[in-house]
Design a protein around this ligand. Sequence first.
Ligand code: 5GP
Ligand code: MN
Length: 315
Amino acid sequence: MTLDNIKEEIDKAGTIVIVTHENPDGDAIGSSLAMYIMLKNIGKQVEVIIPEIPKTFNYLPYINEVKTKGSIEKHDLAISVDCSDIKRLNGFSEYFENAKKTISIDHHSSNTMFGDINYVNPVAPATAQILVSMFQYWKIEITKEIGTCLITGIITDTGGFKYATVTHETFDFASWLLQNGIHISQIYENCMQVISKSRFELTKIAVDRLEFVEDGKIAFTYINKEDEKLVNADIGDHEGIVEQGRSVEGVEVSIFLRETDKGYKVSCRSTNDVNVVDICSIFGGGGHARAAGCTLPYSLDIARDKIISETKKHL
Ligand code: 5GP
Ligand code: MN
């Protein structure tokens, strides 16, 4: 059983490193930290490496122990959480590649199975929810700190418990946390509700530019580097913009483009039948049926044309 094999590797390893995907979201950070705290609690020598963390997640326990550089080059074991593709480990893939043994724990349907051991459940609403059952199976105590990190991953990856991916296990866990004195409403407010002024201003620019194509079935908007400079945007301030278009009646696919050094980063969300991972995979990206992304190394106009024409084929 894969879960037993994973535990065996953890027990054997002298040094462990945890990594996750670039532009990390609440599930990436929450799952990494939950794994980190759990491994520390069972006495392992472990480090967690995450390149850039949005300030939103400063409330998470042990966030100050996250490193941007590993202290050793070759770990006995590397664990990747919430990452579908080794390319998305970005500049930090070296820690994964150099490790003697590698494990990938994820919930993306597009996972490329890049670990020596892969534990991928594409129907889980968040990697954090996979970790809940994993820790329960191993009979490892889910402390308040671990619970806070896990529920953060679940809340953020389900859009605040609202996506169809939510299962009864999601609410069982939330209920268990409440019974154990964890303030879910406070965590919810921290990761979903409060946004910085810059993020608000950036959203305003994108919403103002939002256009509807194909009889209102596609919502499209973008931001460029100039916009981010104008509002003094911080890491992660573009998060959630793509949801604005998705909420509008009649929209089947919402597309949001953000200028980066590699071109335009695409975020796609769908409301009903369109499988956006199929659209983004064509351009080398991935994700889930209702939320996916890719990078288009072109100018804004070309990127817009390419992604919209491909989306039209899937409506
Ligand atoms: P977002 O639009 O929030 O950046 O990403 C939506 C989902 O698609 C997330 O699960 C994210 O991990 C995945 N995703 C976004 N961009 C890429 C990409 O370039 N490659 C792959 N494989 N997955 C991506
Ligand atoms: Mn996730």
